[in-house]
Design a protein around this ligand. Structure first.
Ligand SMILES: Nc1nc2c(ncn2[C@@H]2O[C@H](COP(=O)(O)OP(=O)(O)OP(=O)(O)O)[C@@H](O)[C@H]2O)c(=O)[nH]1
Ligand SMILES: [Mg+2]
Length: 290
């Protein structure tokens, strides 16, 4: 019996959060085609052949001067010191420079590379990419092609990861699929719906704070504030006759309901908090949960 912690790290959009959902066979992390989607860590507990693999999803690495983004990156980097194995995730299209930047962080924990989204390329380009990574083969333990769209890759990756985990009793009840607070997971589902329903800057200038969370046998009550930084953003979030926020609430409620497996009453409110993205204390306490 092996048990251990695995941090997924890599460039934004590489597919870290998607890989977690695909290994767990359950949707618990926020996925978006937009950049810098994940803002805080979420864990997933995957049981595989008598072993317990605890995956930590982290915000994507990218360059930015914004305080929120810098703190997100710091939080991701911190997680690489705190695990048994690092999985560096790159999409088939990502530049090698991302991996070289990761190596500059001088990770002390061993790492493997997962080359994701191989469903999008032909064999020749895959082989070319593998050759590029193999120039660094002294640095990594394994290089594994992967696709979240194809189940066949899953077993190979899980078998490989197990090699690097210590013999240890389970850290968590094997019935659990996460040790993150479920409130945080539902919060991210609302944020994911924000990414899906609104264009460009609006999701980035907004955040979700759950203000009430009450679970009864048949029904889950959630109230959440959507914090945004200007009155015009507030108006856009609400929409004409409340149409936009209604659609957002419906989308998010359906996602939460699916995971919670019970009826959900979700109430959303919009609150303006000017320049919240520059408020370091607020970000550390209320946004990153680090
Ligand atoms: N075709 C294909 N698309 C994928 C695959 N994995 C992820 N994607 C897509 O890639 C986009 C980014 O996925 P995420 O899982 O949110 O990426 P991430 O690395 O967590 O991104 P950040 O949270 O911003 O760091 C989404 O649109 C996913 O649907 C894959 O194996 N194949
Ligand atoms: Mg992510």
């Amino acid at each position: 019996m092996k048990s251990g912690f695995i941090s997924l790290i890599g460039r934004t959009n590489a597919g870290k959060s998607s890989i977690i959902n695909s290994l767990l066979d359950e949707k618990i992390t926020l996925v978006s085609h937009k950049q810098n989607a994940t803002r805080r860590k979420i864990s997933a507990i995957v049981m595989y052949k008598d072993n317990q693999l605890i995956f930590i999803d982290t915000p994507g690495l990218h360059k930015s001067d914004a305080i929120l983004n810098q703190l997100m990156i710091q939080s991701a980097i911190k997680s690489i010191a705190d695990c048994d194995l690092i999985v560096f995730v790159a999409s088939i299209y990502d530049d090698m420079q991302n991996y070289q930047d990761f190596l500059k962080l001088n990770p002390k924990t061993p790492h493997i590379i997962v080359l994701n989204k191989v469903d999008l390329c032909d064999n020749a380009s895959l082989l070319k990419k593998l050759d590029e990574y193999n120039l660094f083969k002294e640095q990594f333990q394994a290089l594994i092609p992967f696709s979240c769209k194809k189940k066949a890759y899953k077993k190979i990756l899980l078998d490989e990861i197990c090699k690097y985990l210590p013999e240890h009793e389970y850290f968590f009840d094997p019935e659990f699929i996460t040790n993150s607070n479920e409130k945080e997971i539902y919060r991210d589902f609302i944020l994911e719906s924000l990414y899906e329903n609104f264009s460009d800057e609006l999701p980035y200038s907004s955040e979700v704070i759950i203000t009430r969370f009450k679970e009864e046998a048949q029904i889950l009550f959630i109230d959440a504030n959507i914090i945004t930084n200007t009155n015009s953003h507030k108006a856009m979030l609400i929409g004409k006759n409340g149409a936009s926020i209604k659609r957002l609430g419906k989308d998010a409620r359906e996602k939460i309901q699916k995971l919670a497996n019970k009826k959900v009453m979700l109430k959303l409110f919009v609150q303006v908090k000017k320049d919240w993205q520059k408020d370091q204390d607020f970000i550390k306490k209320a946004i990153l949960n680090d």
